[in-house]
Write a protein that binds this ligand. Structure first.
Ligand SMILES: Nc1ncnc2c1ncn2[C@@H]1O[C@H](COP(=O)(O)OP(=O)(O)OP(=O)(O)O)[C@@H](O)[C@H]1O
Ligand SMILES: [Mg+2]
Length: 465
C-alpha cells in the first residue's frame, strides 16, 4: 500500500541512501597507482614495479622475465592479476597488478596511439595505516627502487669520437672496470676520507641548494704513473654508480666544441680530464715556445684554460646536478696556478708509492693471503726504502698463483730497485762523497712529494675498461 503512495524513483532513491548509511563500512583502503599520469610516467608505479620484484613469494604463479642486450641481469615483472603481500613495520600490505584494456580516446585531436593496455597497481591495507603508508612506506619504496636500479645500472664510459665533417661527439661503451675502494691500495685514512667526501656530497643536495652552490665536486689526483689514479676514478664511478666522461683535451680545438661537449654530458656523472699537465698546451701556460705545427697553433688560439675553468666554475656546473670533475696529473708542480688555487678543486689527492699497508691489501687481493707470510717482514722493510708503484707490485704478484714464488719474485724486484736507487750519483766522488750524496738523496726523497718525471703521450688509451 505504502509502496503505491511513494513514486518509484523516490522510493528507489530513499532505499539506496538508507543502504549507503547502513552498509557496514569497509575497513580497507585501496590506493590505485596507475602507470601514467596524463603524458608523464608515474614514479610511484615505476618504483613499485622494481621494488615488488624483490618481494616475490613462492606462492606467485606467473612472472614475466626479460633481458635486453644492454642489461646485466634478468628483469622480473609480475604477470596480470598476480598478488603480493608485503609487510612494513608490522603493517600488512596487499598488492595486485592490474592490466585493463585501454579506453579509446574520443578526442579527435589526440594523435597519440593508445597503449594496448592500462597498467596499474592496487595497494590495499587497513585504513588506520593510511598515514604510515603515505608518509613512510611509499617514500621507502621510492628510495629502495632507486637503490635497486642503481645496482642494476650498467655504467657507461664516454670518449670523444671525431666525425668526418670535423665535428666531435661523445661515444659510449659499457664501463667494466673492476676497481673498487676495496681493491685499491692507498693510504687507508685517505681512502676513507675520499669515501666520506663522496658520501657527504651525495647526501647534500638540499645543502648545496640552500647555500646557492652548484651541486658539483672537483678532485685533483696527482702522483707518479701506476699509483692508481685511473683506478681511483673507476672506483669512484663504481661506488657512486656514475657514468664517466673521459675528456681528451688534445682532441678539442675550440672553446665552442668544449662548451657543446660539456653541455651534452649527463647528470650523475664524472668528467675526467687526465694528464692535465701534458694533455693540452693551454695558451695561458705557454709562453715563448716555438716550432709548433700550424694545427697546434690553431688549437692554442682557440682553446683556452680560462674557457675550461669558466665551465668548471660557471655555466656548466650550474646547469647540471650531481657532477664530479676529476683532473689527474703526474706533475702537480707543473700545473697552472689557476687550477690549483684554493676552492677550485675541492680535494687534492696524492696517490703515492706502495707502502706496507698497500702491499698487504694487494697480497690479499691477488694471492688470497689474509694473515702473515714469512716473506712479509722482508718485503715491508724493502718497501720502506724503495719507490715501487702499486702497479709494479700488482704485476709481480700476478706472475704466479703460488704465493711463495710470487712473493720471492717481488723480493727480487725490490732488491733490484733498491740497488738501482743506491747507485752512486756522482761517479767521480770519493767514498765519503758518495755516502754524502746518498744521504742527501734519501733526505730529499723523504721531504719532497715523490714525483717521477716521465713524458707520456696525452692521447694514449685509458685503462678504464
Ligand atoms: N693503488 C692501487 N691499488 C691497486 N691496484 C693498483 C693501484 N695502482 C695501480 N694499480 C694497478 O695498476 C694498474 C695501472 O694503474 P692506473 O692506471 O690506475 O695508474 P695511474 O696512476 O692512472 O697511472 P698513469 O699516471 O700512468 O695514468 C691498474 O689497473 C691496477 O691493476
Ligand atoms: Mg691513469
Amino acid at each position: 500500500m505504502a509502496n503505491d503512495l511513494i513514486p518509484y524513483p523516490i522510493r528507489n532513491y530513499l532505499f539506496s541512501t538508507l543502504r549507503y548509511f547502513f552498509k557496514p563500512r569497509s575497513p580497507i583502503l585501496t590506493l590505485v597507482i596507475e602507470e601514467c599520469n596524463g603524458m608523464a610516467r608515474n614514479q610511484v608505479f615505476d618504483a613499485a614495479e622494481v621494488y615488488l620484484c624483490t618481494r616475490i613469494s613462492p606462492n606467485t604463479d606467473r612472472l614475466k622475465i626479460s633481458k635486453t642486450p644492454k642489461e646485466k641481469n634478468l628483469t622480473i615483472r609480475l604477470e596480470k592479476g598476480e598478488k603480493i603481500v608485503d609487510f612494513y613495520e608490522g603493517v600488512e600490505l596487499k598488492w595486485r597488478f592490474i592490466c585493463a584494456e585501454a579506453e579509446k580516446s574520443n578526442n579527435p585531436n589526440d594523435h597519440f596511439p593508445p597503449r594496448a593496455e592500462k597498467r596499474s597497481f592496487e595497494l590495499c591495507f587497513h585504513k588506520k595505516h593510511k598515514e604510515i603508508v603515505l608518509n613512510s612506506y611509499v617514500p621507502f619504496i621510492l628510495e629502495r627502487a632507486k637503490v635497486i636500479k642503481d645496482e642494476q645500472r650498467v655504467l657507461k664510459m664516454f670518449t670523444l669520437n671525431m666525425q668526418n665533417y670535423g665535428g666531435i661527439k661523445w661515444e659510449s661503451i659499457n664501463l667494466e672496470h673492476p676497481a673498487t675502494f676495496e681493491t685499491l691500495a692507498m693510504d687507508p685514512e685517505l681512502k676513507y676520507g675520499v669515501m666520506e667526501d663522496l658520501n657527504r656530497f651525495i647526501k647534500r643536495k638540499e645543502f648545496y641548494k640552500r647555500v646557492g652552490r652548484a651541486w658539483k665536486r672537483g678532485y685533483l689526483l696527482y702522483g707518479p704513473p701506476g699509483t692508481g689514479k685511473s683506478s681511483l676514478v673507476a672506483a669512484m664511478a663504481n661506488y657512486l654508480k656514475f657514468d664517466v666522461y673521459d675528456l681528451q683535451l688534445a682532441n678539442i680545438m675550440r672553446d665552442s666544441d668544449l662548451r657543446k661537449l660539456l653541455l651534452s654530458t649527463g647528470n650523475r656523472s664524472i668528467l675526467v680530464i687526465e694528464d692535465i699537465d701534458c694533455s693540452v698546451d693551454l695558451p695561458d701556460r705557454r709562453h715563448g715556445e716555438h716550432g709548433r705545427k700550424q694545427h697546434d697553433h690553431h688549437h692554442v688560439q682557440q682553446l683556452t684554460l680560462s674557457g675550461l675553468l669558466n665551465f668548471i666554475d660557471g655555466l656548466w656546473s650550474s646547469c647540471g646536478d650531481e657532477r664530479i670533475i676529476i683532473f689527474t696529473t703526474n706533475h702537480k708542480e707543473k700545473l697552472d696556478h689557476a687550477l690549483l688555487r684554493p676552492g677550485r678543486m675541492d680535494m687534492h689527492i696524492h696517490m703515492s708509492y706502495c707502502n706496507p699497508q698497500g702491499f698487504k691489501l694487494l697480497a690479499s687481493n691477488y694471492l688470497g693471503i689474509q694473515g702473515y707470510h714469512s716473506l712479509f717482514s722482508e718485503i715491508e722493510g724493502l718497501l720502506q726504502e724503495t719507490d715501487v708503484t702499486p702497479a709494479q707490485v700488482a704485476e709481480e704478484l700476478m706472475k704466479s698463483e703460488d704465493a711463495d714464488i710470487a712473493l720471492e719474485g717481488l723480493v727480487k724486484l725490490l732488491k733490484r730497485k733498491k740497488l738501482e736507487g743506491d747507485e752512486p750519483i756522482d761517479k767521480d766522488a770519493n767514498k765519503s762523497g758518495i755516502q754524502e750524496a746518498k744521504r742527501q738523496k734519501v733526505d730529499k726523497k723523504r721531504k719532497s712529494p715523490r714525483m717521477m718525471i716521465t713524458r707520456r703521450k696525452s692521447t694514449r688509451r685509458r685503462n678504464y675498461f
